[in-house]
Design a protein around this ligand. Structure first.
Ligand code: L34
Length: 297
């Protein structure tokens, strides 16, 4: 079987069109403009690229949008004060602190300082807990994007055997938690594999839907994939540079070989990445509505 390649870029563009209509409606009926701040500490090239993408999209959608870049040696106390400033800014509905943070900063302390109502990443413990209970306020952007790609591609999640490779707080744990819920676009049987899993292949071979967020190229090879499986590649690995100095990106899946076995596969770049950015915009619109007491659909 040769897989259908689902373009995150195209689906994200479609969602942005839907969001434009929502933003126009918020403006016309409620005089509200969604406000987003992205906080970047330091100048890690990948983080700079992702945050730039977020700002560009926010501007395109007509948000009130602030890029707040801080030096790599900012103190934890100063970063906490900065978060507090945006917690108290009524024009800001969403606060995102780009991860990873420098080693001298306690990441959890910073994430816990964000007002849960402005936590458009969904990383605050209150939002993580709500997600687990099945009463989510904000879905973390990457898992949200993955689920949206699956549903818009017509993939049946209910009853499916889902295998997640990777157990990060950013992707592995939240996507597992989302897809196991007794809810629509969920109700799957979920297995989470990680670096200490005894026989990963034995698990991945059973997957109807295989979600790979392992953080290394070729973590999943063709011999690990069932014929006809749906394969979502979350990895974004910078494996080198072009002669023009542009980063060469590669996913966690051996794309060329796996696409001959899968029924659906996502590419890197142009797969989950653009969806992550767009779901952040969706969460920011949601946060703006929540702040104004506008009922959500
Ligand atoms: N707080 N930190 C916080 N929230 C997040 O949701 C993230 N993540 C991850 C890293 N740290 C975070 C992102 O934003 C990963 N991530 C992310 C965002 C965008 C893209 C990839 C990862 C993306 O746009 N990828 C493009 C290629 C971009 C490039 O050329 O660098 C793609 O097509 O895959």
């Amino acid at each position: 079987m040769t897989a259908r390649i689902i373009s995150g870029k195209e689906i994200a563009a479609q969602i942005r069109e839907e969001l434009k209509a929502e933003v126009a409606d918020l403006s016309a009926k409620h005089a509200i403009r969604p406000g987003l701040v992205t906080i970047l500490v330091g100048d890690n090239p990948a983080s700079v690229s992702y945050v730039t993408g977020k700002q560009k999209t926010a501007h395109e959608l007509g948000f009130h949008s602030i890029q707040d870049t801080q030096p790599a040696d900012i103190s934890e106390e100063d970063l906490l004060r900065l978060v507090e400033k945006y917690n108290n800014d009524p024009a800001i509905h969403g606060i995102l602190v780009q991860l990873p943070l420098p080693k001298h900063i306690n990441e959890n302390r910073v994430l816990y300082a964000i007002n849960p109502d402005k936590d458009v990443d969904g990383f605050h413990p209150v939002n993580v807990g709500r997600l687990m209970i099945g009463d989510a306020r904000f879905y973390p952007c990457t898992p949200y994007g993955i689920r949206e790609m699956l549903t818009r591609a017509g993939v049946q999640i209910e009853g499916a055997e889902v295998v997640v490779v990777g157990r990060s707080n950013l992707v592995g744990k939240p996507i597992a938690m989302m897809l196991v819920q007794k809810q629509k676009s969920a109700n799957a049987t979920v297995t989470v594999c990680h670096t200490r899993t005894k026989d990963i292949r034995a698990h991945t071979l059973r997957a109807d839907i295989l979600i790979v967020a392992a953080g290394a190229p070729d973590s999943v090879t063709a011999d690990m994939v069932k014929e006809g499986a749906v394969v979502i590649d979350v990895g974004v690995n910078r494996v080198g540079f072009t002669s023009e100095g542009k980063a060469i990106l590669k996913g966690d899946v051996d794309f060329d070989a796996v696409k001959e076995k899968a029924s659906i596969i996502t590419p890197v770049p142009g797969g989950v990445g653009p969806m992550t950015i767009t779901m952040l915009m969706k969460n920011t619109v949601r946060a703006a509505k929540l702040a104004a007491g506008i009922p959500l659909e």
